[in-house]
Design a protein around this ligand. Structure first.
Ligand code: ADP
Ligand code: ASP
Ligand code: MG
Length: 457
């Protein structure tokens, strides 16, 4: 059995649902029925979150308008896919979910309070709707299908908005997936959503459907996890930033993880982690161009050769904006021990991961992605030295192979960046990653210049 995960654009319209059905049918002809994990239709999760924000700002009408847009988007898709009779039955079902959502929004509006738990209750609805549409359509086309509620499969802790899987529970519950597949059924479920052991809805974080696919794939013993999206695979750069970015045919688990972590949105940063442990290959494929090769991510990828016939040392360039940099300087650090431990303690205490770090004799520069606890961090750090905070920066990352064994990569990187001011450099911690910090407005230019240097023949 394999997992096929379809992203928002892949289920964005009537035509896309038809295309997805065709891909599932093709997979069924090749081997056992797949486990299908679907995202919400494109734009729906954003609209749902917006509805919650409007509701809490006492704009109930605006909130309900968002819900109408979501309803109409699904009505449009369903109309073209099903007979009137079947469409009416399905729409009654979708309206049930939307009615529940409306009462949550009225509650948020009435109380003027929006907790992370309520945001999860609201944002989880998109996947429930899209997966119902796909399941009913596939059934109408004659496919044997079982729709499962991911909230009964993906049990998580109560870290709303970014919940963590409870592997033991998930493994127990996912056993039925392989059984159903053996009996000829295509299991269709939702990405992104889960629930606590007590049945309270949670989400795995934005873009989390990829993570759901790998969690469920690993727990159900899948032999491959396919991520079907709207581009030809993982590419040498974000194609929205670099027009001539190239698809990468093969990447290692580590390369793909680094790229995802440092901003390649095509994969949720945690997708690869479960797959590595069970050594399950992950493929990134294009729903709109299924004939394209895509990217195969596995433990030992083959070397990638450039047009000059030489093995490429750089795999791809990624960037991540909205980064906050903190610069701590303290003469007390000079020759002292334990200073860095104190700095790390502050971030640990405030539950904030550090992305990049660089140190000198008397200063530490580091970056964080989340500013949720920044005020508390600021207060704590002030006790350790002088603190400067810089917002609107970006991390640019060059991911490649065996950088430590290859001389001159750093030199090449920095000479390619003709007029970009580099604020912090962090390389060497990983053999395959060289990252640096720039102002956000310089980030795209830096990616373009690096891409031109390493990939334009
Ligand atoms: P889905 O809805 O299928 O999950 P996403 O929008 O989450 O799709 O991710 C796919 C998008 O990721 C692409 O359309 C592309 O714009 C963006 N992207 C960013 N970096 C990369 C990269 N290195 N390779 C491929 N796509 C990338
Ligand atoms: N629908 C969710 C989001 O937009 C999850 C996903 O697409 O992966 O974040
Ligand atoms: Mg995505």
């Amino acid at each position: 059995m394999i997992v096929m995960k379809f992203g928002g654009t892949s289920v964005g319209s009537k035509e896309r649902f038809e295309q997805v059905y065709g891909l599932i049918e093709r997979a069924r002809q090749r081997s056992a029925p797949p486990l299908v994990v679907v995202s919400a239709m494109s734009g729906v999760t954003n609209a749902l979150i917006e509805s919650a924000n409007l509701a809490v700002r006492r704009d109930l009408e605006g909130a309900l308008n968002q819900i109408e847009m979501v309803r109409n988007k699904h009505i449009d898709a369903v109309k073209g896919l099903l007979s009137k009779e079947k469409a009416d039955l399905l729409l009654a079902d979708l309206n049930g979910h939307l009615a529940e959502l409306e009462s949550v929004l009225r509650g948020i509006n009435y109380l003027g309070e929006l907790s992370k738990r309520s945001i999860d209750a609201v944002s989880s609805v998109g996947e429930l709707l899209s997966s119902r549409v796909l399941a009913e359509y596939a059934t109408a086309r004659g496919m044997q299908v079982t729709w499962l509620d991911a909230r009964k499969l993906v049990i998580t802790d109560d870290n709303f908005g970014k919940a963590n899987p409870d592997w033991k529970e998930i493994e127990k519950r996912a056993a039925q997936i392989a059984e159903l597949s053996k009996k000829g059924s295509t299991v269709i479920t939702q990405g992104f959503i889960g629930s606590t052991a007590d049945g309270v809805t949670t989400t795995l974080g934005r873009g989390g459907s990829d993570y759901s696919a790998s969690i469920l794939g690993v727990a159900a013993g899948a032999k491959c996890i396919e991520i079907w999206t709207d581009v030809d695979g993982m590419m040498t750069a974000d194609p929205r930033i670099v027009k001539n970015a190239l698809p990468i045919s093969e990447a290692s688990f580590q390369e793909a993880s680094e790229l995802a972590y440092f901003g390649a949105k095509v994969l949720h940063p945690l997708t690869i982690k479960p797959a590595v442990e069970k050594d399950i290959p992950v493929k990134v494929l294009n729903t709109m161009r299924p004939e394209s090769e895509g990217t195969l991510i596995q433990s030992k990828p083959s070397a990638v050769f450039g047009k000059d016939g030489k093995a490429r040392s750089v795999c791809a360039i990624a960037s991540k904006k909205n980064i906050t940099a903190l610069f701590i300087s303290s003469p007390r650090m000079l020759m002292a021990h334990g200073f860095l431990a104190k700095v790390f303690n502050v971030f640990d205490k405030n539950k904030t991961p550090i992305d990049l770090i660089a140190t000198s004799e008397v200063s530490v520069s580091l970056t964080v992605d989340s500013t949720e606890n920044l005020e508390a961090i600021r207060e704590d750090l002030k006790e350790l030295g002088e603190l400067q905070v810089l917002h609107n920066t970006a991390i640019v990352t060059v991911v490649g192979r065996q950088f430590r064994e290859r001389s001159g990569i750093a030199g090449e990187v920095f000479s390619a960046l003709k007029d970009v001011n580099i604020l912090v450099i962090s390389g060497g911690a990983s053999e395959i990653n060289l990252s640096f910090l720039v102002m956000a407005e310089d980030s795209d230019r830096a990616v373009q210049q690096l891409h031109a240097h390493f990939f334009d023949d």
